[in-house]
Write a protein that binds this ligand. Structure first.
Ligand code: PLP
Length: 373
């Protein structure tokens, strides 16, 4: 009998999750009102070094609301990394703004100050910082440039729970930051997201936009269109339990990264994640690999061969400037970003979930070595 399939992600729910969920059922608090919401918002805000957290239904709508709330003039340009998830570009476009892409560094896979400088125009009004796969963006030079030009900064920290940049928590930078709690994120609520800010008035505005812009004085009279993006108490209960053990989670992620490194250290046909830079140690949200040029097949084929050996994988992001939907809308048409284009085609990630066993990791690394031999 062949051993079981190693899934690309397996969440770990062995803390107080069951107890807190049972409390929701017992007390009847299952809706978006209930004590775990505020507890989760406060816990995340504390963990990310922010004053306010606003819990929402997912990380994508967190970006939608965060960007909308900045109130930028229609047609303004927002600089984003091209190597990211569609949610980033979609939020910009839906707010009536224009996404302008930036290439990534070939080794950290993150956007760079050089890229941001090249993308800057007189119409630029904001920069969206998106940390990719486990290492933060090198923030200082970009934040300095944003300050110099009076640009708004949105930090998408969806993959960075518990990570730091030069010792300060990811999620604490810029005017507003966002998180996702999708099951492959290392704090998960099944589905969920959060928007964080230090500004009291801005936090109120985010809270109103999350809740259809009902007004306290006259509930069903609206001055603005909002979203129903309310998180439930059930989700927040999971979130509270997950945040309680965030330091252990980060340590577990790093352990997975080190294990893969030890297995793959002498494999020279793939590039592995950068373990550390002078501003952060990798937390390996996922363990990505990029096939070197001498490998005669691409990521798609590698993933097929790994699936045949019982190993689950996911492709890397596909560049925003190569998205049919955005190109059809006339966005990012003249852009070329060779680093991102290359890793999108040659990169994928190995099983990286928190519930992986050491044996799962060994088998996954072994299978990768086999297909590269
Ligand atoms: C996961 C993720 C999102 C989207 O979050 P969802 O909760 O899945 O909507 C946004 N940005 C980044 C960088 C992500 O990794």
């Amino acid at each position: 009998m062949s051993p079981a399939f190693v899934p690309v992600n397996t969440p770990l729910l062995d803390g107080n999750e069951a107890e807190y969920l049972a409390e929701c059922i017992r007390t009847g608090w299952i809706s978006s009102e209930g004590p775990f919401i505020k507890r989760f918002e406060d816990a995340m805000a504390r963990a990310a070094g922010r004053r306010h957290g606003v819990a929402v239904t997912n990380g994508s709508v967190a970006l939608d609301i965060a960007i909308h709330a900045l109130g930028l003039e229609a047609g303004s340009e927002v600089i984003i990394p091209t190597f990211t998830i569609i949610s980033c570009a979609a939020a910009v476009v839906r707010a009536g703004l224009v996404p302008v892409g930036v290439d990534c560094d070939p080794t950290t896979w993150n956007m760079t100050i050089e890229g941001v400088e090249a993308a800057l125009t007189p119409r630029t009004r904001a920069i969206m910082l998106v940390h990719i796969y486990g290492l933060p963006v090198d923030l200082d030079p970009i934040l300095e440039l944003a300050g110099k030009h009076g640009l708004k900064v949105i930090e998408d920290a969806a993959e960075m729970h518990g990570q730091t940049y030069r010792g300060a928590p990811c999620g604490s930078f810029g005017d507003v930051s966002t998180f996702s709690f999708y099951p492959n994120k290392h704090v998960t609520t099944g589905e969920g997201g959060m928007i964080l800010t230090d500004d009291d008035a801005f936090a109120d505005r985010l809270g109103s936009l999350r809740n259809l812009c009902f007004q306290p004085q006259q509930r069903f009279v609206h001055e603005e269109l909002g979203w129903n993006a309310r998180m439930t108490n059930l989700q927040a209960a999971l979130g509270v339990a997950q945040v309680e053990r965030l330091p252990q989670t980060v340590e577990l992620k790093r352990r997975i990264g080190r294990l893969y490194d030890s297995h793959l250290g002498n494999v020279d046909r793939v590039s592995r994640p950068v373990a550390r830079t002078n501003y952060a140690d990798n937390i390996y949200w996922v363990y990505g690999v990029v096939l070197n040029e001498d490998v005669p097949f691409d990521a798609k084929e590698a993933m097929r061969r790994l699936a045949d050996r019982g190993i689950g994988t996911r492709p890397f992001f596909w560049c925003m400037h190569e998205q049919p939907v955005l190109r059809r809308m006339g966005f990012m048409l003249d852009e070329q970003h060779p680093n991102a284009e290359r890793i999108a085609r040659r990169g994928f990630y190995l099983p990286s979930g928190l519930a992986l066993t050491e044996d799962d990791i060994t088998r996954s690394a072994q299978a990768l070595k086999e297909i590269l031999a």
